[in-house]
Design a protein around this ligand. Structure first.
Ligand SMILES: NC(=O)c1ccc[n+]([C@@H]2O[C@H](COP(=O)([O-])OP(=O)(O)OC[C@H]3O[C@@H](n4cnc5c(N)ncnc54)[C@H](OP(=O)(O)O)[C@@H]3O)[C@@H](O)[C@H]2O)c1
Length: 141
């Protein structure tokens, strides 16, 4: 997690500052603890980006459950956890880093393509929720 700001309590700082907190996006309690720490010690969070990624390139024929879950966890569970944690917070942006790979495919990366496709659909569901707020979009998973 990286928190960047030039403004604190309405005062502009003359320098930029960045704070780094290590957290595992697949571990929801740890992520909530990091979120809590940021809320208590740093300026308000205005946006979230999930760029966490693990690659395990291998053909589908030889793909084990671990090959799938290693790749799925940061993108799928990480996105779900962040969505849950921030679902009631007003953010300027909520960005999930997918890849063109989920459209064009890539040899040995079916697991990565599937995880990225989830991120695209998740983003789509959230946008659908903006258009139709009566849909429980951010609680879909
Ligand atoms: N680079 C490209 O050309 C490209 C193209 C299209 C899309 N993207 C997307 O952009 C994003 C970033 O790509 P990148 O090239 O910057 O990847 P990267 O250099 O491999 O960085 C991925 C980061 O994710 C972290 N990570 C893995 N599992 C995590 C977890 N459970 N919790 C928290 N962090 C975790 C890794 O930390 P550790 O090092 O500690 O494991 C690593 O710092 C990815 O989502 C990727 O799909 C990249």
């Amino acid at each position: 997690m990286v928190s960047c700001s030039r403004i604190q309590h309405g005062r502009k700082y003359s320098h930029k500052c960045a704070n780094y907190l290590c957290s595992d996006v697949t571990n929801e309690p740890a992520l909530r603890a990091a979120h809590q720490k940021i809320c208590e010690t740093l300026p308000p969070i205005i946006g979230v980006l999930n760029g966490a990624m693990v690659l395990r390139d291998i053909s589908i024929q030889n793909m084990s459950f671990e090959h799938m879950s290693d790749v799925f966890r940061p993108k799928v569970y990480g996105s779900i956890h962040l969505d849950r944690i921030f679902q009631n917070e007003k953010l300027d942006f909520f960005i999930l880093f997918s890849s063109i790979n989920c459209v064009i495919g890539n040899l040995g990366q079916a697991n990565y393509a599937a995880a990225n496709t989830f991120m695209c659909s998740r983003k789509y569901i959230s946008e659908l929720h903006l258009a139709f707020p009566f849909l429980p979009a951010r609680k879909a998973c």
